[in-house]
Design a protein around this ligand. Structure first.
Ligand code: SF4
Length: 470
Protein backbone atom coordinates (compact mmCIF):
# COMPACT_ATOMS: atom_id res chain seq x y z
CA UNK A 1 0.00 0.00 0.00
CA UNK A 2 1.38 3.43 -0.98
CA UNK A 3 1.95 5.67 2.06
CA UNK A 4 1.47 9.40 1.48
CA UNK A 5 2.29 12.35 3.73
CA UNK A 6 0.91 15.84 3.05
CA UNK A 7 2.27 19.19 4.25
CA UNK A 8 -0.44 21.86 4.02
CA UNK A 9 0.71 25.50 3.91
CA UNK A 10 -1.15 28.80 3.61
CA UNK A 11 -4.74 29.73 4.34
CA UNK A 12 -7.94 27.86 5.21
CA UNK A 13 -8.87 27.71 1.49
CA UNK A 14 -5.70 25.75 0.80
CA UNK A 15 -6.42 23.57 3.83
CA UNK A 16 -9.78 22.55 2.30
CA UNK A 17 -7.89 21.58 -0.89
CA UNK A 18 -5.55 19.47 1.26
CA UNK A 19 -8.57 17.82 2.90
CA UNK A 20 -9.97 16.98 -0.54
CA UNK A 21 -6.63 15.45 -1.61
CA UNK A 22 -6.49 13.34 1.58
CA UNK A 23 -10.12 12.24 1.01
CA UNK A 24 -9.25 11.07 -2.51
CA UNK A 25 -6.08 9.29 -1.36
CA UNK A 26 -8.14 7.35 1.23
CA UNK A 27 -10.75 6.55 -1.40
CA UNK A 28 -8.05 5.14 -3.69
CA UNK A 29 -6.86 2.85 -0.89
CA UNK A 30 -3.64 4.73 -0.14
CA UNK A 31 -2.50 5.24 3.44
CA UNK A 32 -2.07 8.81 4.68
CA UNK A 33 0.53 9.37 7.38
CA UNK A 34 1.59 12.50 9.27
CA UNK A 35 5.15 11.11 9.28
CA UNK A 36 7.05 12.25 6.14
CA UNK A 37 9.99 10.10 7.27
CA UNK A 38 8.22 6.83 6.50
CA UNK A 39 6.11 7.99 3.51
CA UNK A 40 6.56 6.75 -0.07
CA UNK A 41 5.23 10.05 -1.39
CA UNK A 42 5.32 13.54 0.15
CA UNK A 43 2.96 16.22 -1.16
CA UNK A 44 3.69 19.87 -0.33
CA UNK A 45 0.52 21.94 -0.82
CA UNK A 46 2.01 25.38 -1.33
CA UNK A 47 0.97 29.00 -0.82
CA UNK A 48 2.01 31.84 -3.11
CA UNK A 49 0.14 34.86 -1.79
CA UNK A 50 3.14 37.04 -1.02
CA UNK A 51 6.96 36.72 -1.12
CA UNK A 52 7.25 35.28 2.38
CA UNK A 53 4.73 32.53 1.60
CA UNK A 54 6.65 31.58 -1.56
CA UNK A 55 9.89 31.43 0.44
CA UNK A 56 8.22 29.23 3.06
CA UNK A 57 6.88 26.91 0.35
CA UNK A 58 10.27 26.57 -1.36
CA UNK A 59 11.89 25.98 2.05
CA UNK A 60 9.55 23.03 2.69
CA UNK A 61 10.11 21.55 -0.80
CA UNK A 62 13.90 21.71 -0.47
CA UNK A 63 13.75 20.36 3.06
CA UNK A 64 11.81 17.28 1.92
CA UNK A 65 14.26 16.80 -0.98
CA UNK A 66 17.32 17.19 1.25
CA UNK A 67 16.05 14.60 3.72
CA UNK A 68 15.45 12.16 0.86
CA UNK A 69 19.14 12.49 0.00
CA UNK A 70 20.35 12.14 3.59
CA UNK A 71 18.39 9.10 4.72
CA UNK A 72 18.60 5.79 2.95
CA UNK A 73 15.04 4.77 3.72
CA UNK A 74 13.76 7.91 1.99
CA UNK A 75 15.82 7.62 -1.17
CA UNK A 76 13.00 6.29 -3.37
CA UNK A 77 10.53 8.79 -1.95
CA UNK A 78 8.50 10.80 -4.48
CA UNK A 79 7.96 14.54 -4.06
CA UNK A 80 4.84 16.27 -5.42
CA UNK A 81 4.22 20.01 -5.32
CA UNK A 82 0.60 21.16 -5.37
CA UNK A 83 -1.33 24.36 -4.60
CA UNK A 84 -1.13 28.04 -5.44
CA UNK A 85 2.61 28.23 -6.13
CA UNK A 86 2.47 25.24 -8.48
CA UNK A 87 -0.47 26.81 -10.29
CA UNK A 88 1.03 30.30 -10.44
CA UNK A 89 4.47 29.30 -11.76
CA UNK A 90 3.39 26.28 -13.79
CA UNK A 91 5.70 27.18 -16.70
CA UNK A 92 8.83 28.01 -14.70
CA UNK A 93 8.84 25.62 -11.75
CA UNK A 94 9.51 22.28 -13.54
CA UNK A 95 12.74 23.79 -14.96
CA UNK A 96 13.82 25.53 -11.76
CA UNK A 97 13.14 22.77 -9.20
CA UNK A 98 14.05 19.55 -11.07
CA UNK A 99 14.20 17.69 -7.73
CA UNK A 100 10.37 17.51 -7.76
CA UNK A 101 8.72 14.43 -9.32
CA UNK A 102 5.44 16.12 -10.29
CA UNK A 103 3.62 19.42 -10.12
CA UNK A 104 -0.15 19.44 -9.83
CA UNK A 105 -2.47 22.45 -10.04
CA UNK A 106 -5.68 23.50 -8.32
CA UNK A 107 -7.87 21.51 -10.69
CA UNK A 108 -5.99 18.26 -10.10
CA UNK A 109 -6.70 17.88 -6.37
CA UNK A 110 -9.29 15.18 -7.05
CA UNK A 111 -6.88 13.32 -9.36
CA UNK A 112 -4.01 13.10 -6.91
CA UNK A 113 -4.17 9.27 -6.57
CA UNK A 114 -4.05 8.47 -10.33
CA UNK A 115 -1.25 11.03 -10.69
CA UNK A 116 0.77 9.16 -8.04
CA UNK A 117 0.17 5.93 -9.98
CA UNK A 118 1.39 7.67 -13.14
CA UNK A 119 4.58 8.81 -11.42
CA UNK A 120 5.36 5.18 -10.50
CA UNK A 121 4.37 3.99 -14.00
CA UNK A 122 6.68 6.58 -15.54
CA UNK A 123 9.50 5.32 -13.34
CA UNK A 124 8.87 1.82 -14.71
CA UNK A 125 9.03 3.27 -18.23
CA UNK A 126 5.38 2.58 -18.96
CA UNK A 127 4.43 6.15 -19.76
CA UNK A 128 6.13 9.31 -20.91
CA UNK A 129 3.65 11.69 -19.23
CA UNK A 130 5.28 15.00 -18.34
CA UNK A 131 6.02 15.84 -14.71
CA UNK A 132 3.69 18.86 -14.77
CA UNK A 133 -0.02 18.09 -14.60
CA UNK A 134 -1.07 21.72 -14.09
CA UNK A 135 -3.82 23.02 -16.38
CA UNK A 136 -3.77 26.75 -17.18
CA UNK A 137 -7.02 28.25 -15.85
CA UNK A 138 -8.54 26.91 -12.67
CA UNK A 139 -12.28 26.16 -12.87
CA UNK A 140 -12.75 23.46 -10.20
CA UNK A 141 -15.21 23.84 -7.33
CA UNK A 142 -16.01 21.09 -4.79
CA UNK A 143 -19.50 19.75 -4.07
CA UNK A 144 -21.16 18.40 -0.92
CA UNK A 145 -20.27 14.80 -1.78
CA UNK A 146 -16.65 15.43 -2.79
CA UNK A 147 -14.52 12.94 -0.81
CA UNK A 148 -12.80 14.91 1.93
CA UNK A 149 -11.00 14.09 5.16
CA UNK A 150 -11.11 16.95 7.63
CA UNK A 151 -7.77 18.06 9.06
CA UNK A 152 -9.25 20.51 11.62
CA UNK A 153 -10.25 19.44 15.15
CA UNK A 154 -13.55 17.54 15.00
CA UNK A 155 -15.63 20.42 16.46
CA UNK A 156 -14.99 22.98 13.73
CA UNK A 157 -14.83 22.91 9.95
CA UNK A 158 -14.18 25.15 6.97
CA UNK A 159 -16.73 25.10 4.16
CA UNK A 160 -15.64 26.56 0.82
CA UNK A 161 -18.78 28.13 -0.65
CA UNK A 162 -17.13 29.58 -3.75
CA UNK A 163 -13.77 29.68 -5.46
CA UNK A 164 -11.90 32.31 -7.50
CA UNK A 165 -12.34 36.08 -7.58
CA UNK A 166 -13.63 38.66 -10.08
CA UNK A 167 -12.24 41.74 -8.35
CA UNK A 168 -9.56 43.86 -10.00
CA UNK A 169 -7.45 44.72 -6.89
CA UNK A 170 -4.15 45.88 -8.36
CA UNK A 171 -1.95 44.34 -5.64
CA UNK A 172 -3.42 40.85 -5.78
CA UNK A 173 -2.36 37.80 -7.78
CA UNK A 174 -5.16 35.52 -6.52
CA UNK A 175 -7.56 35.90 -9.50
CA UNK A 176 -4.72 34.84 -11.83
CA UNK A 177 -4.06 31.79 -9.69
CA UNK A 178 -7.55 30.71 -8.66
CA UNK A 179 -9.52 31.90 -11.70
CA UNK A 180 -12.90 33.61 -11.99
CA UNK A 181 -15.42 33.47 -9.18
CA UNK A 182 -17.68 30.42 -9.25
CA UNK A 183 -20.21 29.69 -6.50
CA UNK A 184 -21.59 26.42 -5.29
CA UNK A 185 -25.35 26.16 -5.09
CA UNK A 186 -27.21 26.91 -1.86
CA UNK A 187 -28.40 23.26 -1.83
CA UNK A 188 -24.86 21.92 -2.10
CA UNK A 189 -23.59 24.02 0.82
CA UNK A 190 -26.66 23.26 2.96
CA UNK A 191 -26.23 19.50 2.36
CA UNK A 192 -22.59 19.70 3.44
CA UNK A 193 -23.31 21.75 6.57
CA UNK A 194 -26.21 19.48 7.55
CA UNK A 195 -23.82 16.52 7.40
CA UNK A 196 -21.12 18.33 9.38
CA UNK A 197 -23.59 19.29 12.12
CA UNK A 198 -24.83 15.68 12.25
CA UNK A 199 -21.19 14.64 12.79
CA UNK A 200 -20.95 16.95 15.82
CA UNK A 201 -19.37 20.06 14.28
CA UNK A 202 -20.08 23.12 16.46
CA UNK A 203 -18.62 25.83 14.25
CA UNK A 204 -18.91 26.13 10.49
CA UNK A 205 -16.57 28.69 8.92
CA UNK A 206 -17.78 29.84 5.50
CA UNK A 207 -14.84 30.70 3.26
CA UNK A 208 -14.05 31.81 -0.31
CA UNK A 209 -12.04 34.68 -1.84
CA UNK A 210 -15.11 36.93 -1.58
CA UNK A 211 -17.90 35.43 0.49
CA UNK A 212 -20.30 38.33 -0.12
CA UNK A 213 -20.20 37.63 -3.86
CA UNK A 214 -21.67 34.17 -3.22
CA UNK A 215 -24.37 33.33 -5.79
CA UNK A 216 -24.02 36.59 -7.69
CA UNK A 217 -21.93 35.05 -10.49
CA UNK A 218 -24.84 32.77 -11.39
CA UNK A 219 -27.43 35.52 -11.86
CA UNK A 220 -26.80 36.35 -15.44
CA UNK A 221 -24.47 35.59 -18.29
CA UNK A 222 -22.11 38.51 -18.39
CA UNK A 223 -19.75 38.78 -21.37
CA UNK A 224 -17.02 40.07 -19.06
CA UNK A 225 -16.94 38.51 -15.58
CA UNK A 226 -15.47 41.76 -14.22
CA UNK A 227 -18.64 43.72 -15.10
CA UNK A 228 -20.19 44.83 -11.81
CA UNK A 229 -23.44 43.07 -10.89
CA UNK A 230 -26.47 44.48 -9.16
CA UNK A 231 -26.12 42.95 -5.71
CA UNK A 232 -29.75 43.61 -4.76
CA UNK A 233 -31.11 40.73 -6.88
CA UNK A 234 -31.26 36.97 -6.86
CA UNK A 235 -29.83 34.18 -4.76
CA UNK A 236 -27.05 35.40 -2.59
CA UNK A 237 -25.37 34.96 0.77
CA UNK A 238 -28.57 36.07 2.53
CA UNK A 239 -30.54 33.07 1.20
CA UNK A 240 -27.71 30.74 2.17
CA UNK A 241 -27.47 32.14 5.71
CA UNK A 242 -31.22 31.79 6.30
CA UNK A 243 -31.16 28.16 5.14
CA UNK A 244 -28.11 27.32 7.23
CA UNK A 245 -29.64 29.02 10.25
CA UNK A 246 -32.70 26.76 9.89
CA UNK A 247 -30.62 23.56 10.27
CA UNK A 248 -31.38 21.99 13.64
CA UNK A 249 -28.61 21.89 16.21
CA UNK A 250 -26.44 24.08 18.39
CA UNK A 251 -23.67 25.53 16.24
CA UNK A 252 -22.08 28.76 15.09
CA UNK A 253 -21.89 29.92 11.47
CA UNK A 254 -18.90 32.22 10.94
CA UNK A 255 -18.52 34.34 7.81
CA UNK A 256 -14.95 34.97 6.69
CA UNK A 257 -13.49 37.04 3.81
CA UNK A 258 -16.34 39.42 2.95
CA UNK A 259 -15.68 42.23 0.45
CA UNK A 260 -17.03 45.65 1.52
CA UNK A 261 -18.35 46.42 -1.99
CA UNK A 262 -21.06 43.73 -1.79
CA UNK A 263 -22.56 44.40 1.62
CA UNK A 264 -26.25 45.34 1.60
CA UNK A 265 -28.83 46.33 4.23
CA UNK A 266 -30.46 42.97 3.53
CA UNK A 267 -27.27 41.16 4.54
CA UNK A 268 -26.99 43.21 7.74
CA UNK A 269 -30.63 42.43 8.59
CA UNK A 270 -30.14 38.73 7.81
CA UNK A 271 -27.12 38.39 10.10
CA UNK A 272 -28.98 40.24 12.87
CA UNK A 273 -31.95 37.88 12.54
CA UNK A 274 -30.02 34.60 12.23
CA UNK A 275 -29.02 33.70 15.76
CA UNK A 276 -26.63 30.94 14.70
CA UNK A 277 -24.54 33.39 12.68
CA UNK A 278 -21.69 34.50 14.94
CA UNK A 279 -21.65 38.20 15.86
CA UNK A 280 -18.40 38.48 13.93
CA UNK A 281 -17.59 39.90 10.54
CA UNK A 282 -14.32 39.56 8.67
CA UNK A 283 -14.12 42.36 6.09
CA UNK A 284 -10.68 43.22 4.64
CA UNK A 285 -10.78 46.97 3.90
CA UNK A 286 -7.10 47.43 2.86
CA UNK A 287 -7.14 51.27 3.25
CA UNK A 288 -9.36 54.26 3.96
CA UNK A 289 -7.72 57.01 1.89
CA UNK A 290 -9.69 57.62 -1.32
CA UNK A 291 -6.47 57.98 -3.28
CA UNK A 292 -5.19 54.60 -2.07
CA UNK A 293 -8.54 52.83 -2.51
CA UNK A 294 -8.68 54.15 -6.04
CA UNK A 295 -5.17 53.02 -7.07
CA UNK A 296 -5.76 49.70 -5.34
CA UNK A 297 -9.03 49.46 -7.34
CA UNK A 298 -10.97 48.37 -4.29
CA UNK A 299 -14.33 49.51 -5.76
CA UNK A 300 -15.08 51.40 -2.53
CA UNK A 301 -14.39 54.88 -1.10
CA UNK A 302 -13.56 56.24 2.34
CA UNK A 303 -17.08 57.63 2.82
CA UNK A 304 -18.69 54.37 1.70
CA UNK A 305 -16.55 52.35 4.15
CA UNK A 306 -17.17 54.73 7.08
CA UNK A 307 -20.91 54.57 6.43
CA UNK A 308 -20.88 50.77 6.04
CA UNK A 309 -19.04 50.28 9.36
CA UNK A 310 -21.66 52.48 11.07
CA UNK A 311 -24.54 50.57 9.44
CA UNK A 312 -23.10 47.18 10.43
CA UNK A 313 -22.54 48.29 14.04
CA UNK A 314 -26.03 49.78 14.28
CA UNK A 315 -27.76 46.87 12.55
CA UNK A 316 -26.04 43.97 14.36
CA UNK A 317 -25.72 44.78 18.07
CA UNK A 318 -22.66 43.21 19.71
CA UNK A 319 -20.87 42.62 16.38
CA UNK A 320 -17.07 42.19 16.46
CA UNK A 321 -15.41 43.57 13.33
CA UNK A 322 -12.18 42.11 11.95
CA UNK A 323 -10.35 43.81 9.13
CA UNK A 324 -6.97 44.00 7.45
CA UNK A 325 -5.10 46.94 5.98
CA UNK A 326 -2.12 47.22 3.67
CA UNK A 327 0.56 49.83 4.40
CA UNK A 328 3.35 50.86 2.06
CA UNK A 329 1.33 50.51 -1.16
CA UNK A 330 3.03 52.39 -4.05
CA UNK A 331 2.45 56.12 -3.73
CA UNK A 332 1.19 55.98 -0.13
CA UNK A 333 2.12 59.17 1.70
CA UNK A 334 2.55 59.86 5.44
CA UNK A 335 -0.78 61.75 5.21
CA UNK A 336 -2.51 58.59 3.92
CA UNK A 337 -1.12 56.69 6.91
CA UNK A 338 -2.33 59.44 9.28
CA UNK A 339 -5.79 59.19 7.74
CA UNK A 340 -5.68 55.42 8.23
CA UNK A 341 -4.68 55.84 11.89
CA UNK A 342 -7.51 58.34 12.46
CA UNK A 343 -9.94 55.83 10.99
CA UNK A 344 -8.57 52.97 13.13
CA UNK A 345 -9.05 55.19 16.23
CA UNK A 346 -12.58 56.10 15.14
CA UNK A 347 -13.79 52.61 14.07
CA UNK A 348 -12.16 50.73 16.99
CA UNK A 349 -12.01 47.37 15.22
CA UNK A 350 -12.17 44.49 17.67
CA UNK A 351 -9.69 42.55 15.52
CA UNK A 352 -7.24 44.05 13.05
CA UNK A 353 -4.26 42.85 11.02
CA UNK A 354 -1.83 44.92 8.95
CA UNK A 355 0.13 43.71 5.92
CA UNK A 356 3.24 45.40 4.57
CA UNK A 357 2.62 45.78 0.81
CA UNK A 358 4.37 43.00 -1.15
CA UNK A 359 5.43 43.77 -4.75
CA UNK A 360 4.13 40.70 -6.58
CA UNK A 361 5.23 39.95 -10.14
CA UNK A 362 2.32 39.83 -12.55
CA UNK A 363 0.22 42.42 -10.67
CA UNK A 364 -0.40 45.97 -11.90
CA UNK A 365 0.77 47.49 -8.62
CA UNK A 366 4.19 45.86 -9.02
CA UNK A 367 4.81 48.07 -12.08
CA UNK A 368 3.68 51.28 -10.37
CA UNK A 369 6.18 54.02 -9.68
CA UNK A 370 6.80 55.38 -6.17
CA UNK A 371 7.33 52.02 -4.50
CA UNK A 372 7.78 52.60 -0.76
CA UNK A 373 11.19 51.52 0.67
CA UNK A 374 11.05 48.44 2.98
CA UNK A 375 12.21 50.42 6.06
CA UNK A 376 9.40 52.92 5.61
CA UNK A 377 6.84 50.12 5.17
CA UNK A 378 8.10 48.64 8.42
CA UNK A 379 7.78 52.00 10.23
CA UNK A 380 4.20 52.44 8.98
CA UNK A 381 3.33 48.86 9.97
CA UNK A 382 4.61 49.45 13.53
CA UNK A 383 2.69 52.72 13.76
CA UNK A 384 -0.69 51.14 12.94
CA UNK A 385 -0.03 47.97 14.95
CA UNK A 386 1.00 49.95 18.06
CA UNK A 387 -2.22 51.93 17.84
CA UNK A 388 -4.29 48.77 17.44
CA UNK A 389 -2.56 47.13 20.41
CA UNK A 390 -3.93 49.88 22.67
CA UNK A 391 -7.41 49.56 21.16
CA UNK A 392 -7.36 45.75 21.48
CA UNK A 393 -6.36 46.05 25.15
CA UNK A 394 -9.28 48.36 25.87
CA UNK A 395 -11.66 46.08 23.91
CA UNK A 396 -10.45 43.13 26.01
CA UNK A 397 -10.75 45.15 29.23
CA UNK A 398 -14.39 45.91 28.42
CA UNK A 399 -15.14 42.15 28.49
CA UNK A 400 -13.91 41.72 32.08
CA UNK A 401 -16.81 40.97 34.41
CA UNK A 402 -19.02 39.70 31.56
CA UNK A 403 -20.20 36.15 30.94
CA UNK A 404 -19.15 34.80 27.55
CA UNK A 405 -20.22 31.76 25.56
CA UNK A 406 -17.09 30.01 24.32
CA UNK A 407 -16.19 26.94 22.29
CA UNK A 408 -13.44 24.90 23.97
CA UNK A 409 -10.67 24.14 21.43
CA UNK A 410 -8.35 22.20 23.72
CA UNK A 411 -7.89 21.66 27.45
CA UNK A 412 -7.80 25.14 29.01
CA UNK A 413 -8.13 27.08 25.71
CA UNK A 414 -11.35 28.33 24.13
CA UNK A 415 -12.63 30.96 21.69
CA UNK A 416 -15.59 33.30 21.85
CA UNK A 417 -17.81 34.39 18.97
CA UNK A 418 -15.39 37.27 18.32
CA UNK A 419 -12.47 34.93 17.63
CA UNK A 420 -12.02 32.95 14.41
CA UNK A 421 -9.82 29.84 14.56
CA UNK A 422 -6.07 30.42 14.08
CA UNK A 423 -6.22 34.16 13.42
CA UNK A 424 -7.81 35.80 16.47
CA UNK A 425 -7.44 35.74 20.26
CA UNK A 426 -8.13 33.03 22.81
CA UNK A 427 -10.00 32.70 26.05
CA UNK A 428 -8.08 30.81 28.73
CA UNK A 429 -10.57 28.70 30.68
CA UNK A 430 -10.44 26.03 33.43
CA UNK A 431 -8.77 22.88 32.12
CA UNK A 432 -11.68 20.65 33.15
CA UNK A 433 -14.15 22.10 30.61
CA UNK A 434 -15.00 19.47 27.94
CA UNK A 435 -13.08 19.97 24.66
CA UNK A 436 -15.23 20.53 21.56
CA UNK A 437 -18.23 21.77 23.57
CA UNK A 438 -19.76 25.17 24.29
CA UNK A 439 -19.44 26.59 27.81
CA UNK A 440 -20.39 29.80 29.60
CA UNK A 441 -17.51 31.43 31.41
CA UNK A 442 -17.03 34.56 33.50
CA UNK A 443 -14.22 36.78 32.20
CA UNK A 444 -11.85 37.56 35.05
CA UNK A 445 -9.02 39.38 33.27
CA UNK A 446 -7.16 39.94 30.00
CA UNK A 447 -3.69 39.69 28.52
CA UNK A 448 -3.18 41.77 25.31
CA UNK A 449 -5.45 40.11 22.72
CA UNK A 450 -6.55 37.24 24.99
CA UNK A 451 -9.12 36.91 27.74
CA UNK A 452 -8.84 35.02 31.02
CA UNK A 453 -11.75 33.12 32.55
CA UNK A 454 -9.98 31.37 35.39
CA UNK A 455 -10.58 30.87 39.10
CA UNK A 456 -8.27 32.95 41.32
CA UNK A 457 -4.71 31.62 41.34
CA UNK A 458 -5.08 29.34 38.27
CA UNK A 459 -2.57 30.08 35.51
CA UNK A 460 -3.52 29.94 31.81
CA UNK A 461 -2.65 26.79 29.83
CA UNK A 462 -0.05 28.68 27.73
CA UNK A 463 0.79 32.22 28.58
CA UNK A 464 2.53 33.26 25.39
CA UNK A 465 1.31 32.22 21.95
CA UNK A 466 2.72 33.16 18.56
CA UNK A 467 0.18 35.20 16.67
CA UNK A 468 -0.29 35.57 12.96
CA UNK A 469 -0.44 39.25 11.93
CA UNK A 470 -3.28 38.70 9.52
S1 SF4 B 1 -10.98 40.70 -3.50
FE1 SF4 B 1 -9.11 41.64 -4.23
S2 SF4 B 1 -7.61 41.05 -2.63
FE2 SF4 B 1 -9.32 39.66 -2.41
S3 SF4 B 1 -8.76 37.84 -3.63
FE3 SF4 B 1 -10.03 39.22 -4.93
S4 SF4 B 1 -8.52 40.46 -6.07
FE4 SF4 B 1 -7.45 39.53 -4.30
Amino acid sequence: MIKVSLISLGCAKNLVDSEIMVGHLHKAGMQVTPDAETADVVIVNTCSFIDSSKEESIGHILDVHEKRGLRKRRQGQKLIVAGCMSQRFSKDLPGSIPEVDAFIGLDQITQVAPIIEQIYARERGETDKPASFVTPRSTYIPDYDTPRFRLTPSHFAYVKIAEGCNHPCTFCIIPQIRGHHRSRTVQSVVAEVRQLVAEGVKEVNLISQDTTFFGMDTWEERPNPRTPVDSSRGTALTSLLRELNAIEGDFWIRILYTHPAHWSDELIKTIAECQKVARYVDMPLQHISDRMLSVMQRETSGDYIRDLVKRIRAGIPGIALRTTFIVGFPGETPEDVDELCDFVREARFERLGVFRYSQEDGTRAAKMESQVPPKEKERRWHKVMALQKEIAASVSKASVGKTLRVLVDEAGIARGEADAPDIDGRVYVPKNLPVGEFASVAISGHQDYDLLALPKGERPAFFKVARQAQ
